[in-house]
Design a protein around this ligand. Sequence first.
Ligand code: FEO
Length: 393
Amino acid sequence: MKPVEIKPGVYWVGGIDWDLRNFHGYLTQRGSTYNAYLIIDEKIVLVDTVKHYLFDEMLSRIREVVDPSQINYLVSNHVEMDHSGSISRILELAPRARIITSPQGQKGLRGHFKRDWDFQVVKSGDTLNIGHRTLQFVLTPMVHWPDSMATYVPREKLLLPNDAFGQHIATAERFDDEIGWDIAYEEAAKYYANIVFPYGEQVKKALDALSGLDIEMVAPSHGLIWRGFLSQILEAYQRWAKNESERKALIVYDTMWGSTKRIASALQEGLEAEGVPATMRNLKTNHISDIMTDVLLSQLVLVGSPTLNNGMLPTMGAFLTYLRGLCPKNRIGFAFGSYGWGGQAVGEIERVMRELNWQVPLSGVNLQWVPDDEELDEVREQGSKLAEILKSE
Ligand code: FEO
């Protein structure tokens, strides 16, 4: 397996997970990569590793550049096992290597691997001279775990921020401009929505901490390396960290006998009549991790479920549990549904929206049995009112 020299003396030596389709519940329809980087200087540094089952692939790439026994430092930017899963095995081949990690990184690695390796703990602003280069470290807690940190290589103006700016996509190409902005952006947005969304405040702090660095390339631990669309992805992260979205609507729903679907369609018509595009996502045909990308980008979120057994449909329960964990802020919410008797689902959906501190400016639509034309006209009206509210924001 060939490494890729991304900057003079800096090599991508990661692994490509072509077959990955589920990353703890995240549908990875394009697979993923785990990016490890090898820096060749007077001292040899490996930054992060790969999932355990791709160890041989990483090793073969390292061997194309250097004998692994020559590695002096292993920088562990993040403990999660998609990046630490091959540390034990690489240390068997590089027994002199010292692990450079954050204070939480040391705790986490000890907790995961129960080994007392040779650790050097660093904090923000600490440096490590490796010959012609001096690496700098910036702690980026909660982007994605408490231990997360970024490694900066000033000579190459290269930032290695681990999960931040990552995308789950397996490609033969390594750089964003070899694939194009549209796909790189789509996967970066999905990654942010499903992995980083709850930590907007911490992302802002991380972006502030990194803002003083002269950066020409960002090489995350998943997916493509940013060089062609660097300013665009940095701007997108600024927006997402502030919970900024677009003036458009998302309708997420499930249906039993079609009534809730009819209400969803009438809401869509009402929104569109007022010039607000509305994306329809049926939970039966869309994965919740894909819908989260729509949540990231939409300011108005309409959520509908019929009532089943005094509550919402289980598919909606799963979606709302996932949504609550990812904690999107600054959204306008609207609940809708249908019922035969009981009719509790709409209230339950509104409760989740209020827990998330969303604005819920209109009472939800909750219709019994099958909606008639008159009721659907009223629902269209509600859609149009929501469009006006969105436009006035
Ligand atoms: Fe890619 Fe938080 O691990």
